[in-house]
Design a protein around this ligand. Structure first.
Ligand code: 13P
Length: 258
């Protein structure tokens, strides 16, 4: 089974209106037609979703957000619902990012409710999992991934997994310049795929894309995405400049018969 690669950019809390618009316009001009082998997604901060969507209109680049609420509507000051994101043109939302988990205290249980609401709103979910450095050093990586997967996907049945993309982001590799080696990435991704097979079934495991995130750069993107169980990249710092992000998209083009 050939899984379409995905290259997604997580802007985090970066760029402003003009810089964001320019980045999207540049990306749109390079990604006019859908590429059979690579899906490209950008995830700006909430206030810039509209301007980003306008700049991407008519291109094959898809729009995502970085978080959404576990509630549908109501008195939840400061929250943004998945339905609102769909309403302003988002196709994707990142959930369970390690910064949400560690800085904002999001639990697997909360994340699973967000996943449920996002899927119900018709969004695709980029679900992030990944271990801390101390957890890797004490050989707990697989146990941590198992716990996060089970908790974050609690109550999500197999029929809904076609809208879920997993992102393996080892926390020690995020924003540090330290990248997982190709062997470390492949091993974790293979473990995640086997988890999907055990929890769901082989068809789901084979069809589900598992992206790698954590200091992906133009220099290392190709080697990572060449791994058989690495189905693309979730890019932070290197997605903020067209000159860095485009070469990562280019690296994905040409792989997997794309
Ligand atoms: P960096 O690429 O900056 O390490 O960030 C990765 C990330 O957290 C993407 O979600």
């Amino acid at each position: 089974m050939t899984r379409q690669l995905m290259v997604a950019g997580n802007w985090k809390m970066n760029l402003d209106r003009n810089a964001g618009r320019a980045l999207c316009a540049g990306l749109a001009s390079q990604c006019r037609a859908a590429h059979p082998g690579v899906q490209v997604v950008v995830c700006p901060p909430f206030p810039y979703l509209g301007v980003a969507g306008e700049a991407l209109a008519g291109s094959a680049v898809e729009l995502g957000a970085q978080n959404s609420s576990n509630e549908v509507s109501g008195a939840f000051t400061g929250e943004v619902s998945a339905g609102m994101l769909a309403d302003v043109g988002c196709q994707w939302v990142i959930l369970g990012h390690s910064e949400r988990r560690t800085i904002f205290g999001e639990t697997d249980e909360l994340i699973s409710r967000k996943v449920d609401k996002a899927l119900a709103a018709g969004l695709g979910v980029l679900l992030c999992v990944g271990e801390l450095l101390a957890e890797r050093q004490s050989n707990q990586t697989e146990a941590v991934l198992d716990r996060q997967m089970a908790g974050s996907l609690a109550g999500i049945d197999a029929s809904r997994l076609n809208k879920v993309v997993i992102a393996y982001e080892p926390v020690w590799a995020i924003g540090t310049g330290l990248t997982a080696s190709t062997e470390q990435a492949q091993s974790a991704h293979k473990h995640l795929r086997e988890w999907l097979a055990a929890r769901y079934n082989r068809t789901v495991a084979d069809a589900t894309r598992i992206l790698y995130g954590g200091s992906v750069k133009p220099q290392n993107a190709r080697a990572l995405m060449e791994q058989p169980d690495v189905d693309g990249a979730l890019v932070g710092g290197a997605c903020l400049k067209l000159d860095d992000f485009l070469p990562i998209v280019e690296a994905a083009r040409g792989l997997r018969g794309a």
